[in-house]
Design a binder for this molecule. Sequence first.
Ligand SMILES: Cc1ncc(COP(=O)(O)O)c(C=O)c1O
Length: 425
Amino acid sequence: MTSLSPALKQATPVVVDRALGSWIYGTDGRDYLDFTTGIGVTSTGHCHPKVVAAAREQVGKIIHAQYTTVMHKPLLELTEKLGEVLPTGLDSVFYATSGSEAVEAAIRLARMATGRPNIVVFQGGFHGRTVAAASMTTAGTRFSAGFAPLMAGVHMSAFPYAYRYGWDEDVAVAFALQELDYLLQTRTAPNDTAAFLIEPALGDGGYLPTPPAFMEGLRERADTHGIQLIFDEVQAGVGRTGRFWGHQYSAATPDILVTAKGIASGFPISAIAASTETMSKAWPGSQGGTYGGNAVSAAAGVATLEVVKEEGLVENSRLRGEQLQVGLKEIQDRCPAIGDVRGRGLMQGIEFSREDGTPDGVMAAAVQQATVDQGLLTLTCGPAGNVIRLIPALVVTPEEISTGLERFEAAVAAVVGAVTATSGG
Ligand SMILES: Cc1ncc(COP(=O)(O)O)c(C=O)c1O
């Protein structure tokens, strides 16, 4: 019998029958509150009626209007809609299908625009699984081990992970900027450096908001040296953090912005945005792809951006995120195994630590599995799998957040109780 590859690891045993809003209904007859949103993708919730209607209508018109052959209306409309939310000056957009592809398109563009080879990434960053994207991913060796050689020209600098170092944020930022300056002096000269690539909040690397002062320090150095600043908003964008873009907690703006995931509520589409001047430096014909900017995905993207605006979902993300974080911090007060609770909007991380402060991936994994038993879907992240990440849909209600908190605490209690009972015995 043919089966799925054993290398495809699944975080839960759930087989989905159908889903709506914040809920997934399993073939096991159980209802699950989904705080994973397909890794931050189903921004407007599962099967939002407006997104479903837009996709259905488009399927009846044309499905694959290949964009290097013909142009189609949904992509033109999506570009116009994106223009309403993109940072000033980023007035040119290229579309691809996945986040990894868009990250690679951004890197190609930065290299072509500067004529320089090297890329600086920051420790803990996740930028995708295709080989070049994996070469720039330092969220865990599991993403790059075993298939070297990786892409050359990638250099890693420190990320201001204050909790890990046991410092306050200002000290961590000063340290990380100092390390970056050191890297530019010792390893990749500014004239050889095409881009800094950073997430406004680390995703797979541990759900860590990037401190505004760090983003601003990168902007300053990018301006000084003519380096392209690329913000990977694949996970943090489209309202996820309580602002439309995750970088909007800082005064820094990108030269190139990468978006995907939440932009079309589950339909595969990704994009990069830059100024027309920068985009014009790419060789004509260097951007393309068979499936890029798919018509059904683009129609779903237009509907998604409309729903996000009409239903005030960025504000809902901020408010529900605050509610979630307050509740999680109360649980932390009752549970010493939780070392840190952090995040912005509906991108919240719970880091598990042992008594000596070292990361506790075993505990996080056990709690994540226990949440499934409680009817709550969650994911882990972080270098040791030591962080549970909560990524509810942007349409999540106050009642659903309360239910999620109750189920999360029940899962923690079940695991901590078991651990205590085991060590007591
Ligand atoms: C910040 C970030 N960049 C890039 C990617 C890669 O996107 P994809 O999995 O669609 O290739 C991800 C995926 O999780 C991501 O979180």
